[in-house]
Design a protein around this ligand. Structure first.
Ligand code: ADP
Ligand code: AMP
Length: 231
């Protein structure tokens, strides 16, 4: 049966996208959030906004992000806890890039319980690491909408310009080759163990992220629909 695409469809839970940098978390999280009419919560975007504004958090996070390391749990958790208390999160939300450590996952579990949400739905984007360099060095993001392109595989119609709103497309400073290595290392060491953590809890859904954006999207929706409302 074709998935129900009514915007009134309710998520009522947190969705978590797990996968290495470049796996397609942002691309898919944005689509899924749009589908359910809930916020897309990218901790990377939130941190970049703090860096851009020069807030106290931004000043602390900037050098860490430039090195491709993870920002300390305490800072990220406070930022997330404040964000999900806002009214727009009442019917669920889609995380992208959070949680990234087992400590963050445990804290999130408590936070969701506290706010009365059902257990989260975790989508694990499984991908061959050899693809990631091309995806990351080719990534360009719209300064206005955050829409994600790839100069090799998903180019905009006009180079450097967002198809959706004409915004300027920029390259993230941490998408340079010398920072990609440390980011992938941080993923392997600190974030990859989360797959086993969520698998043990029976919450993990593996998706083959090497496929096209549309095919991954189709599989993600199918997976979400297969359990939504059941647990
Ligand atoms: P992440 O949030 O996991 O770091 P993104 O969603 O930003 O990943 O995607 C990384 C890059 O790969 C972007 O340039 C994006 O356009 C591209 N991309 C995402 N999904 C796919 C896919 N299924 N096939 C090809 N390219 C993709
Ligand atoms: P992303 O946009 O998800 O690729 O994140 C960019 C950078 O922001 C990461 O390399 C980290 O330095 C930082 N960051 C984003 N999310 C988190 C998180 N949940 N925990 C720690 N650091 C994070």
């Amino acid at each position: 049966m074709a998935p129900d695409t009514r915007p009134s469809e309710r998520l009522d839970r947190a969705v978590i996208f797990l996968g290495p940098p470049g796996a397609g978390k942002g691309t898919q999280a944005m689509e899924l959030a749009k589908h359910f009419g809930v916020p897309h919560l990218s901790t990377g975007d939130m941190l970049r906004e703090h860096v851009g504004k020069g807030t106290t958090l931004g000043l602390k996070a900037k050098p860490i992000m430039e090195r491709g390391e993870l920002v300390p749990d305490s800072l990220v958790l406070k930022m997330v806890a404040e964000r999900i208390e806002r009214p727009d999160c009442a019917h669920g939300f889609v995380f992208d890039g959070f949680p990234r450590t087992v400590a963050q996952a445990k804290y999130l579990g408590e936070l969701l319980k506290l706010h009365g949400f059902k257990r989260p739905f975790v989508i694990h984007l499984v991908i061959d690491p050899s693809v990631l360099m091309r995806r990351l060095t080719g990534r360009r993001t719209c300064k206005v909408s955050g829409e994600i392109y790839n100069i090799y595989d998903r180019p905009p119609k006009v180079p450097g310009i967002c198809d959706a709103d004409g915004g300027e497309l920029v390259q993230r400073p941490d998408d340079r080759e010398e920072v990609i290595g440390p980011r992938l290392h941080a993923y392997e060491k600190q974030t990859a163990p989360l797959a086993a953590y969520y698998r043990r809890l029976g919450l993990l859904h593996d998706i083959d992220a090497t496929k096209s954006v549309d095919e991954v999207k189709r599989q993600v929706l199918q997976s979400v629909h297969s359990v939504r409302g059941v647990r």
